[in-house]
Every structure is written in C-alpha cells, then in structure tokens.
Ligand binder design. Structure first.
Ligand SMILES: [Ca+2]
Ligand SMILES: [Ca+2]
Length: 250
C-alpha cells in the first residue's frame, strides 16, 4: 500500500526558507520539467506528468507548474487541505516514501515539493522519467490545441538532504486539448487521420500526437480495433449515401 506523508503549505515554505537555494548555472546533467498532459474539454482528473533526470540519487525536488487558467483548473484533494491538489506517484518515487506537498499557491500556479529532508536519506534514485503526476481538470470551453505548462520558478533539486542544492536545467512542457480521432491536429476527423493511423500501425509512420486521441475504444492500446473504429466514424462523414439511378436488375 502506498504511503505518503503530506506537508502543509506552511511546512513547505518553512523548509524552503531553511534551505537556501544556490544560484548557479543550470547543470545540463540534471533536468526537471517536460510536463505533459492531454484531454478533451470538460475532462476531470487528467494527469500532468513531470519528469526528472538525475544521474545520482537526490534528496528531493521543488518546482512550480504555471498553467493557463482559462484551460486548466487544479483537481483539488479537499481532505488534504483547502488548496491541496491531487497527485499520483510513479515507480520512481514509490520505493522510499517521501514527504510531498502539492498545492495551488496562487491562481495559475501549483507548487510541488517532493523529498525527505532528513539526511542521509535520498528518496529519488538515479534515473530518468516521470516521477509525479499532478491532476487537473479541463475547462468545458477549453480551445483545441496546445498550451504551455511552465516549469521554472523554484525549480531546484535537493542533492544530499543537507542544503546541497543543484540548479537543474528546467524544461517547459505543454497540455494538449484535442478531439478524439483528430490525429493530425487540423481540428477535423477525416481520411487524413485514418491514413496517419494506418501508416503508424503498419508502415512505421510517425506516432499520432497526442496518442490518446487514437485510443478510440479507451482500452489503453492503439491498434487495429481503433483503426476500424475510426473508419466507422469517418465513413458517414466522408462518404454520404447517394440516391441511385438503377432501372432494373443488372
Ligand atoms: Ca484531422
Ligand atoms: Ca484502443
């Protein structure tokens, strides 16, 4: 069973104040960010995954996710506090339970802190990939297309749990609001989307983006079933039935 201790926002601020951030050139070997998510308008509880690359184990990380308020709203977790935002851990952070604070600290900003801060513990092992997923809901009137997810403010890696900080290279990501079946992002569902999926599945063509737009039966796989489903959707749109002109049996 997953065990997670939450920090209050006050504890978060106190811990950050007690841990002076070293102003240094970003280290290209350590990266934080690449926040990615996708959904259709009105969808709730959609995960924005945030990635971390660290060649050595680290004690923790802190960063802000800056999002477009007209498109995204935090998916709150009321039992954890009035501004607490729901999140999920990944395999990278589940092994050694860290302290976690995920909270909306101002409109348009969710602040995240993950770490133990008790030397010599190092809860995040060396590796690369998503380490936390923060949940949002998508506005019902969100426009289609990408919007930036900034990861920059307070972007810090806590190296050795003893005030040893690293300035990582911080990468901005994006949230994509899409239409199921629109795989080329032109806002329409048509034969070009079918061709793209056919090419991807059988001819090593480029991967549709976002890939979730191609999982039309929501079984978490993209395969020939989705291709057939897409054709069923396209057929009545692109090939309307015609009134015939027959005069007898051929
Ligand atoms: Ca399209
Ligand atoms: Ca599928």
């Amino acid at each position: 069973m997953r065990y997670v201790r939450r920090l209050s926002v006050c504890a978060l601020l106190l811990s950050l104040a007690a841990t002076p951030v070293t102003q240094a050139q970003p280290d290209p070997n350590y990266t934080l960010g690449d926040a990615l998510g996708d959904a259709v308008p009105g969808m709730a509880g959609r995960a924005v995954s945030v990635s971390l690359t660290n060649p050595d184990p680290v004690c923790g990380v802190s960063f802000d996710i800056v999002y477009d308020q007209t498109i995204l709203k935090p998916f709150f977790d009321p039992p954890a506090g009035p501004t607490a935002v729901a999140f999920e851990l990944t395999d990278r952070t589940e092994g050694d339970p860290p302290l976690i604070s995920v909270a909306m600290t101002q409109p348009g900003v969710v602040s995240v802190l993950v770490g133990s801060f008790t030397a010599p513990s190092a809860p995040i092992p060396a590796g690369s990939g998503p380490f936390i997923r923060v949940l949002f809901r998508v506005a019902a009137n969100a426009p289609f297309g990408p919007s930036a997810l900034g990861v920059g403010n307070n972007c810090t890696i806590f190296d050795d749990c003893n005030n040893g900080n690293i300035s990582p290279t911080c990468h901005t990501g994006e949230f994509y609001v899409g239409i199921p079946g629109d795989l080329d992002g032109d806002g329409q569902i048509g034969t070009s989307d079918y061709g793209m999926l056919l090419n991807y599945l059988f001819f090593s063509g480029p991967e549709p983006y976002p890939l979730n737009a191609a999982d039309l039966n929501r079984d978490c796989f993209v395969d020939s079933v989705d291709l057939a489903t897409l054709w069923d959707i396209i057929l009545p749109i692109e090939l309307p039935l015609w009134w015939g002109c027959a005069t007898g049996r051929s």
